[in-house]
Design a protein around this ligand. Structure first.
Ligand code: AMP
Ligand code: FE
Ligand code: FE
Ligand code: ZN
Length: 282
């Protein structure tokens, strides 16, 4: 009964439509999958229809962008009510700010002679989807500047790049409060991701626990054995559940569906906490 609780579609920076992600999940032998696009729930309906057709269980989710100072933190929100005003407002602010930020990054890159325009980047974003750096990467691939997204991030799109511009994101404590108010369960995504620079400090996670955090994503491609050990111990000390997931982005990343999975008891615990949206069962 494999359960994968973290995937992306063209509703944000994945490369496959929500229904296609569900098809791939069924092909990969998954029983349950969460769709967790960045800062949006726009893919939920298509994913739910496809999941019902395929006999898959869908856990509707969101990967909420958060920031504490210069550090970006990702919060997985499972089963929240997407119409809750505070949640809808935070997500809307993040998406709007991401649009402005994309334009500013593209302007900096174009001014430096890179062959990207706002139009060439917009062409890579599905209508209504959350825009991100991977869409700039896709425009650079199309222009023949780099071979794939990874190369774009390694050269011009990294956090330390002169072209980098940040976007609005709520503080992680505020984000946990809003997700809980919307009836969702909150889990910190890839807290010790090696590729994302600084790791999330234990003290910040403790603050999030006080705000109602339920779990930590421990089993993830970006975590070293040391990270897994640390986060497993931290989860035990703080009374948090432990998840594992792929963070699938279609062809945009190497991450494969089901490469890490979550225990059914943990999904049951997340469902116990949540009351905003039901799990979609076939
Ligand atoms: P943004 O949210 O716009 O700041 O962009 C960050 C997103 O880019 C993350 O959610 C990842 O999905 C993606 N990303 C980060 N590093 C890489 C990489 N090396 N290759 C492909 N995608 C990446
Ligand atoms: Fe992403
Ligand atoms: Fe993430
Ligand atoms: Zn993700």
């Amino acid at each position: 009964m494999p359960i994968d609780l973290h995937t992306h579609s063209t509703a944000s920076d994945g490369t496959e439509a929500p229904a296609v992600v569900m098809e791939r999940a069924a092909e990969a032998g998954l029983d349950t999958v969460a769709l967790t696009d960045h800062d949006t729930t726009i893919g939920w309906d298509d994913a739910a229809s496809a999941a019902r057709r395929l006999g898959l269980t869908l856990v509707p989710g969101i990967e909420v962008s958060c920031a504490r100072g210069w550090q970006s933190i990702h919060l997985l929100a499972y089963l929240p009510d997407p119409t809750h005003p505070d949640l809808a407002d935070e997500l809307e602010q993040a998406r709007t700010s991401r649009d402005t930020r994309l334009d500013r990054m593209v302007a900096r890159m174009a001014a430096d002679g890179l062959p990207v325009t706002v139009e060439s980047v917009r062409d890579e974003v599905e209508p209504g989807a959350t825009a991100g750096r991977p869409h700039i990467a896709d425009a650079l691939v199309r222009a023949g500047v780099v071979a794939h997204r990874d190369e774009a991030f390694a050269t011009v799109l990294g956090n330390d790049s002169p072209y980098y511009v940040s976007h609005y994101a709520p503080d992680p404590v505020r984000a946990v409060e809003v997700v809980r108010a919307a009836g969702g369960a909150a889990v910190v995504a890839h807290a010790w991701s090696a590729t994302r620079g600084r790791v999330v400090a234990d003290e910040v996670i403790e603050e999030m626990v006080d705000a109602g955090l339920t779990g930590l994503e421990v089993h993830h491609r970006d975590h070293t054995p040391e990270a897994v050990r640390h986060l497993t111990d931290l989860a035990a000390a703080l009374g948090l559940v432990v998840t594992g997931s792929s963070d699938y982005h279609g062809e945009g990343k190497l991450n494969r569906l089901g490469e890490f999975t979550t225990d059914p008891d943990v999904l049951a615990a997340l469902e116990d906490v949540a009351s905003g949206t039901p799990v979609v069962r076939p």
